[in-house]
Design a protein around this ligand. Sequence first.
Ligand SMILES: [Zn+2]
Length: 345
Amino acid sequence: MPIFLNLIFRGAVYAKTHEILAREAARLAGVDERLIPDLCLAARSPDLAPDYDYKVYLTHRGRLRVRRTRIKHHEPNPGLLKRYVIEARHRWIRGRREEAAKLVGRALHYIGDSMIISPSKDKDLHDRMERECSRIDPRDLIGELSLFRPIGKRETLRVLVESLESGPASSALEAVKRTLSTSFSIISSTLSPSTAPERFRVLGDRCHEYFRERRKFILILSLILTMLPFIALILLSLKLKPVIALASLIPTIAPSMTAGISGMILYGPRDMNTALYSARRVYGMLPWIIIGVIISGLIISGMGCMAIAISLTPEVIMVIIAYRRLFNIIEWKRVKDEIDWFMWG
Ligand SMILES: [Zn+2]
């Protein structure tokens, strides 16, 4: 019974710490007051509604099973946090502000926990630090913080990853300070206006123009990427059952069609926002086309249809040409990772 009470008591105290720090960071970042309750509630939520990790493993009897493990809070988990931050931003620029605030809140919880040593490494120190953190009033520390507002996705994720990589803090005071300043950076960037800032706009404009100059090439590329896998499908259906033919070509058809259709959208007379998002989709699909062609090629040649497997090679050639003729400019390399972080035009 005492252990049980102890758990409730501790849970309550430390959830409160998360909430206080989230509120302070949100105020510093100038978040709309109406969103702060959602954000703070979410900053407590990972302890109540945990995140899980799923792993597929092989039993000693040779069966595939899925294992579900609770994600540890006091160990850095950059993959999960990046996903939260990016998803929050996507919802924010689509106007789903409450949902965005909640996702940011959840990320802040993990950021706070990562500053404190894991109880599995040093239980006493962990407990003592959490207790001490709960006694610190963040408002007393504001003057000592070095606050940084990142601009764009790359800078924001860099702040996040650097904060996680620097490991647990050496004192409660340091833990609170680092939680506040990292939280400030994440909130102020993720919940900032959706319009692209000037320096990215200039790059985006140049890419938009560059794609417009290459419209004919984009059309040809899109047609080839859309049609090639279907020609292979027809040829293969003559030799194998259509279902088997389709199944073995799906790894090629899916990315190639997606790139082809996005390319056609890019070809049309589009506004900058649609053009950049479509270009990014084409670009993102290119490596998957190569992987798909390799997988389909291996399956098809394994079934003895070597000639049809070889007929997929123009896909690879088109991908290489696309890299060299469409995405080889310095402006694209600088702006490609920022596209989904903003609205353009
Ligand atoms: Zn936690």
